[in-house]
Ligand binder design. Sequence first.
Ligand SMILES: Cc1ncc(COP(=O)(O)O)c(C=O)c1O
Length: 566
Amino acid sequence: MKLAVLKVGGASAAGAADAVRGLQHVCVVHGAGPQISAEMQRRGLPVEFVGGRRVTTATGLEVVRESFAAVNAELCAAIPGAVGLMGDEIGLPATQVPELGLVGDPLPSAPQAVLDVLAVGCVPVVAPLAAGPLNVNADEMAAALAVGLGADRISFLTDVPGLLYGRGRDPAEAARGRDRRAARSPHGDRRDGGDRVSTVATQAVLPTYARQDLTIVRGSGCWVESAYGNRFLDLVGGIAVIGLGHGHPAPLSAAQEQLQKLWHASNLYWTEPMQALSVSVSSRFGGARSFFCNSGAEAIEAAIKWARKTTGRPGIVALEGSFHGRTLGALSITGQPAKRAAFEPLIPAVSFARLNDVDSLVVDETTAAIVIEPIQGEGGVHPATPEFLAAARELADEHGALLIFDEVQTGVGRTGSFFAFEQLGVKPDAVTLAKSLANGLPIGCLVVSDDAPQGLEPGDHASTFGGNPVVCAAACAVVDAITDELLANVHAREAQLRAAFPTLRGRGLLLALDVDRPAGEIVNACRERGVLVCTAGERTIRLTPPLVITEEEIEIAIATLREVLQ
Ligand SMILES: Cc1ncc(COP(=O)(O)O)c(C=O)c1O
């Protein structure tokens, strides 16, 4: 018997009768995705998909069953000789996927009820519930039945791409293993249109970010995977955070070991990882003491307080176009009016000079500190020149002010040396670090040179989570991993990118390219081709990949960017 399995999806019920008419032996499987989502929304139930499969609660399952029954009845009315079958009632087998609730991964089967209907020349129309009952994705159910029944063909009649649509007509191929979702053609998911995140899944989050429609569920090295199983080459690296690549074994095992021992103790006590990290950072700096916190902005807050307390002066000289964070203090010294405007008044006594314009640096006896990013990252990847930094050093010394480099983005190997200042011939009094210091665990750090004046005393500043032992254990492993070999890779990959794009700005693997159209368009086009990049301004693309990125991976990046930019 030549048997075809026909998966009917979307609004294709009417076409199902025609399709079935042309086939001798056919088993129809259908879903009810749009109907289920609509009814869930009407009842105020969450609509959530993971890997293209619907998360299903007990209440959700009632909606699923009712919707399946309605679609099943509609199809049976349209298809001559159809016999409606609810999968759980005929004992379709599946293994539960507990993380998705009442959802099943179907097993190949040849249910007697289906065989009986086929034997009398009728058309089984199967709703994809499995014994349990469990909700099963209809594409997967169709594939499992096709394999179990020994069908020689599986067809998809649908106006929406599904989990297996486009996988060919071979049942075994369609049903192959659990990696079938990963192997599915990119961006071809049902209902949510590829990697799109449903409105319901996002509406409980305050809208402070213009997020892309992509949920990232795992990462390894320079690659991340979406909830829909699509893989992306990650040239963003959490915006210069994942220096060692996703899931790097050294910080991973350090953090895991520490998790077994102690998660938190408070800064009322010492912890070993925090002490060890302070020593590591000090030796990289050449003699310094650290204050640990949880983010770049907090490190900047600590720096401002240190400078004010140490000098007894209020003033900060910062730069136009700079970015130091979103807390009120950090925002106050951020030279981007658009980010500040809604939050005025900010802290007083802040003035802004122009990057690389020595004449605009006005420092006097009210100045506590000059704060400079060695390369303005968020502001468009604009490097400070050694001459400008030397002039800032000189002015600070002349007027008794402090020189602080914000290395939140440039630090920890990003530009090809542990600190960016090492390549610039100017040593600051203090440095802020964050981002990649713990390869993705939250950390910030104010590093004050042993040669600088020390103004902070017990009670001046604090952070409950600052110096957290798990994070510091990971950070120690990160610092140890910033080896000469890794830094050589940073330079080599930079050279490789520069050879392809001579107009690149920046240093090491903090690079930017000006483009001839809105940068968001480039970001989207790259993402559609499986490569993640981010922006640094309206018409600037920023590349901050993991420092471990390989020559081959950079070749993929170059090819994609070339294609998109042409
Ligand atoms: C140079 C610089 N400073 C400070 C910050 C703020 O860091 P966070 O977002 O961790 O508060 C950033 C963030 O991008 C930064 O690039």
